[in-house]
Design a protein. Structure first.
Length: 387
């Protein structure tokens, strides 16, 4: 292939890391471009109608923005012996749960550990933002270049519910998850066996750029969770990178089985995100009840801001109330979990329910808003009203 794929993003970007890792694993010939690339500002962003990264441009000029769509495209264009989408009932649904959790449920944690420790992180993040925007700038210009994007991103903490009162619960929940993941990756190279699933790539979103790369959380990971660090390294390698598991086949665990160590990880996922996810669906339903006239195909991010889903919700995290903003996109991502579950035969559904129920995740399987959300042309739109 003479023309490579182009990945527009930044090393400090959460979701660029997810897309990059998958391109590497699939052996896709690609070049990574920063947001200062003239083509990004002159062609890509205007075509999208918004400034978002990562973006994948295919050799024929097709522009793909969301990581879910990027990974879907690459899976079809560069098929491998084992797809990132498992086919076993339990594995297929659990992989989607981890994708949702990594993409949406860990945003608060990742943002806290990036922005709440300026003494340890600030210089590194400042250099990273400046290098991602204007890599050839004079060092004296670095503070000015990084100031605006850093202020914008750091300013999201209160909106995400990161406050002095909630930080102890956020850290306690993360430490529980980190310990459970460390035990799991001590015995398994990936979440579901000898190959990465969509769940691994989703989880990597926060565990690479924020938790595994920024100085303070990366130091925590190195000191407390060596095997999680190895998984982060493994996910960023082009090969399997699992010499610790030399006798393991490059496949999912046989017969739709799940490692015993995965149970505590799933329980930690439920503890971090279960109550919030339910509250997100309930909050979106309240907003939808006040907007019954939404037309099929209408953009979620409408130019008319009064028609954009918004509001606040409060949920319990480790016994602490957390107030955050409504994220309709999280409910959109939840649909991949419920859709995967709905596609199963009755016996498969029962197997999934039986596994997830004691872990606190069974209610995710049927958690749906009153209106579906679809993606058309790189934008999220409302589906038709329920029949």
């Amino acid at each position: 292939m003479s023309t490579p794929y182009l990945l527009y993003g930044m090393p400090v970007s959460m979701f660029t890391g997810k897309a990059r890792a998958h391109l590497r694993k699939r052996g896709v010939p690609f070049q990574e471009r920063l947001v200062n690339d003239p083509r990004f500002g002159g062609t890509i962003a205007p075509a999208l109608g918004r400034f978002m990264i990562p973006v994948l441009e295919t050799p024929d000029g097709t522009i793909i923005q969301d990581t879910a769509d990027i990974l879907d495209h690459v899976e079809q264009a560069f098929p491998a012996a084992v797809s990132i989408y498992p086919t076993g009932p339990r594995q297929s649904v659990i992989a989607r749960i981890f994708e949702l959790f990594g993409d949406e449920g860990m945003i608060r944690t990742g943002m806290h550990y990036r922005w709440s420790f300026p003494a340890q992180n600030y210089a590194f993040i400042q250099a990273g933002f400046a290098a991602g925007i204007a890599p050839s700038a004079d060092p004296s210009q670095v503070p000015m270049i990084a100031e605006a994007p850093m202020a914008k991103m750091g300013g999201y903490l209160p909106v995400l519910g990161v406050t002095a009162e909630t930080i102890p619960a956020i850290e306690q929940a993360y430490e529980t998850l980190l310990a459970a993941l460390d035990q799991h990756f001590r015995r398994s190279p990936y979440l579901l066996g000898g190959v990465p699933s969509i769940g691994d790539f989703g989880l990597l979103s926060s565990f690479y750029a924020h938790l595994g790369r920024d100085p303070y959380p990366a130091d925590q990971m190195r000191r407390r969770a060596y095997f999680v660090l190895r998984w982060v390294e493994r996910m960023n390698a082009a090969d399997a990178d699992m010499p610790e598991f030399a006798d393991m086949d490059p496949a999912y665990a046989a017969d739709d089985s799940l490692a015993e160590t995965l149970g505590p990880v799933c329980a930690a996922v439920a503890g971090i995100y279960g109550a919030e996810l339910t509250a997100q669906v309930e909050a979106l339903d309240r907003w939808l009840a006040d907007h019954p006239d939404l037309a099929a195909g209408e953009l979620l991010q409408s130019e008319d801001r009064s028609r954009r889903p918004k509001g606040q919700l409060t949920f319990d995290l480790m016994g602490t109330p957390v107030t955050t903003a409504l994220r309709a996109f999280s409910v959109f991502k939840l649909q991949s979990v419920t859709d995967a579950f709905d596609r199963l035969e009755p016996a498969g559904r029962e197997s999934v329910r039986a596994y997830l129920a004691p872990l606190g995740l069974a209610h995710w399987l049927e958690l749906k808003a009153r209106r579906r959300i679809e993606r058309i042309g790189n934008r999220e739109v409302w589906a038709g009203p329920p029949s």
